[in-house]
Design a protein around this ligand. Structure first.
Ligand code: ATP
Length: 301
C-alpha cells in the first residue's frame, strides 16, 4: 500500500457502567501488517473496548485512537476503518446489494464497489436475495463486505469466525492474512483462542476488564508448560520412582502428569527404579489450556 500503516492505540482506557468497570485502564497497541487477536471469555470487555474505539461508546477516561486520531475525528472514516461489530444488524427485507449500495452512496463511493466487495466475500450468487434468509455465516460475510467497502487501511471485526463452517474459517483466515500482508491493520476479537490461532500473529488477552497478556502468538506458545503423561501397571512403584527422582507431578485418572521435564527423563527415572511403563507421552501443545489459565477461567456471562 506504500504507506506506513495505521497503529491502533488503546491508552489507559476505562469504561464504567454505573460504577462497574467493564474495561479498566487498558493500554495496548495493534500494529499494521499483522493480524491481532483480541481474546477473552464472554463478558471480559472486548465489545465495550471495540465500541469505544469506533466512537459508539464514550470512554470514562483514557482513549482509543487510530494513530492518535479518534474515530469521530477521522476525515474519511469509511476509507480508514472498516468495522463489523454485529452480524445480525442488517434489515432482513433488503438484499445485500441494496444495503451496500446505500452505504456506498452515503460515502460517495462508486455503486459498483458494492458488487465488488460482495464478490470478494463469496456472496456473489446471493447479492439480490433478502438478507432475512441468510445464514449466520452469510451475514458474517456480509458484515465483512460492508467493512471492506471503503478499501480501508484498518479492519476491526468482532467475532468474525463465529457461525462460519470449517471451509468458511479457512477462507476468512486467508483473506485476513492477505489483507495484513498488504500492510493493513487487522484486529479481530474472539472468545476462543483455538478459533483464531491459525490466523493471528499477535494476541492481546483481556479478562474481567483488564489486559492479562500481550505479545506474539509464538510468545504464548513457548510460555507453554512441558508436561508428560506417564502410567504403569504398578502405579505405586511408579509414584515412588517419580518421588525419588524429585519430579513435580499430579495424579490423574489415567496415571500421572509430570511437570517441567522431558519424556526421556521420566522414562529414565522409571527404568532405574525397575518400573515397567505402558504410557510415556508428551502432552499436546496445550495452547488453549494456557489461554484458559491466563484468563483464570474468567467470569463467563
Ligand atoms: N451498556 C452496558 N450497561 C451495563 N453493563 C454493560 C453494558 N455493556 C456491557 N456491560 C457489561 O460490561 C462487561 C463487558 O461486556 P462486553 O460486552 O464488553 O464483553 P465481551 O468481552 O465483549 O463479551 P461478549 O463476548 O459476551 O460480548 C459485561 O459484564 C457486561 O455485562
Amino acid at each position: 500500500m506504500g504507506d506506513p500503516g495505521v497503529t491502533i492505540e488503546f491508552s489507559s482506557l476505562t469504561k464504567t457502567f454505573g460504577g462497574f468497570a467493564a474495561v479498566n485502564d487498558i493500554s495496548f497497541s495493534v500494529k499494521p501488517g499483522r493480524v491481532t487477536g483480541f481474546l477473552g471469555p464472554n463478558g471480559a470487555g472486548k465489545t465495550t473496548s471495540l465500541r469505544t474505539l469506533l466512537g459508539l461508546v464514550n470512554p470514562t477516561s483514557g482513549s482509543a485512537t487510530f494513530g492518535g486520531t479518534r474515530y469521530r475525528d477521522l476525515p474519511t472514516p469509511l476509507t480508514t476503518v472498516g468495522a463489523a461489530l454485529e452480524a445480525a444488524s442488517f434489515h432482513p427485507g433488503r438484499s445485500a446489494r441494496h444495503h451496500l449500495e446505500i452505504y456506498a452512496r452515503a460515502a460517495g463511493l462508486p455503486l459498483a464497489r458494492a458488487r465488488e466487495v460482495l464478490t470478494l466475500v463469496g456472496l456473489d450468487p446471493f447479492v439480490d436475495k433478502r438478507v432475512g434468509g441468510y445464514s449466520l455465516g452469510m451475514r458474517q460475510r456480509l458484515g465483512l463486505a460492508y467493512a471492506m467497502l471503503g478499501d480501508p487501511r484498518v479492519l476491526v471485526l468482532d467475532e468474525p469466525v463465529n457461525g462460519l463452517d470449517p471451509e468458511g474459517i479457512k477462507w476468512i483466515r486467508e483473506l485476513l492474512r492477505g489483507l495484513a500482508a498488504e500492510g493493513r491493520t487487522v484486529l479481530i476479537s474472539s472468545h476462543l483462542l483455538s478459533e483464531v490461532q491459525q490466523t493471528v500473529d499477535d494476541v492481546v488477552i483481556i479478562s474481567k476488564g483488564e489486559i492479562v497478556h500481550e505479545g506474539t502468538l509464538a510468545d504464548l506458545d513457548t510460555g507453554d508448560q512441558l508436561r508428560v503423561h506417564v502410567d504403569s501397571p504398578d502405579r505405586a512403584a511408579l509414584q515412588a520412582a517419580l518421588e525419588s527422582a524429585g519430579f513435580a507431578f499430579d495424579v490423574s485418572r489415567t496415571g500421572f502428569i509430570v511437570r517441567d521435564v522431558e519424556p526421556g527423563a521420566v522414562g529414565h527415572a522409571a527404568f532405574v527404579s525397575g518400573v515397567e511403563l505402558h504410557v510415556l507421552q508428551r502432552k499436546s501443545s496445550g495452547l488453549e489450556e494456557r489461554f484458559l489459565s491466563i484468563v483464570g477461567g474468567g467470569d463467563v456471562a
